[in-house]
Design a protein around this ligand. Sequence first.
Ligand code: SF4
Length: 252
Amino acid sequence: MFAFVPAKKTTVKKTAVKKPVVKKVPKKVHDRGLEVLARLKVLYPEAICELTHENAFQLLSATILSAQCTDARVNMVTPALFAKYPDAESMAIADPRQVEVLVRSTGFYQTKAKNLIGMARGVVDRFGGEVPHEIEDLVTLPGVGRKTANVLRSVVFDLPGLAVDTHVGRLSRRLGLTVEEDPVKVEYELNAILPPAEWGGFSLRLILHGRRVCDAKKPRCFDCSLADICPSSELPRAAMPRSVGKRRKSVS
Ligand code: SF4
């Protein structure tokens, strides 16, 4: 019989994140970033997180499950998972084998089950059952990295947080907003361009645009509203609408 013994208060050493040095952003890159932001807000008026959740614990769990897995697949398994383990307290005493069965189809299920239970125990033991909102606290939880922490901050807590996943990194480079490959450096460079209140929405909208238009292998530049300001556009200039060509002068 699996039993959870409440752990003694543990102290987890917070690892200070060394902030990368961000060079001064050239004006044309800054202007392009703000133009991309404005257009994405028109294209995707609602900045939505596609992981189904009702609270911070559920979004944290769903985000842990989304590693190397689609949001659609995660949304298929979380109803049963949250019905059985609706909060950190219940997940903290879960039998790992039962959690594994529920999350199996998301891949890497043994590690994910271990992280879900470890995260829940951390929330119960060290944060009184409430998911913390500071990045430095969130990243001390098993399975939670900076990207997940920023998703939590922006989507649930309405705090500045720009999550850099594969879509955000790829599109930011294609759009000439950064040349960095390291997600933390990309995050800091984008933060230097955008107002903090826009960080979360910008990330969510870039993810939507990456999924719907700017595919990793086959970007649909012919169907992209950013084509005239995107240095990576594969469209010949002559193929762009006249209005688009005019706007280009002001932002490129
Ligand atoms: S123009 Fe092409 S490469 Fe640039 S953002 Fe649009 S789809 Fe991606």
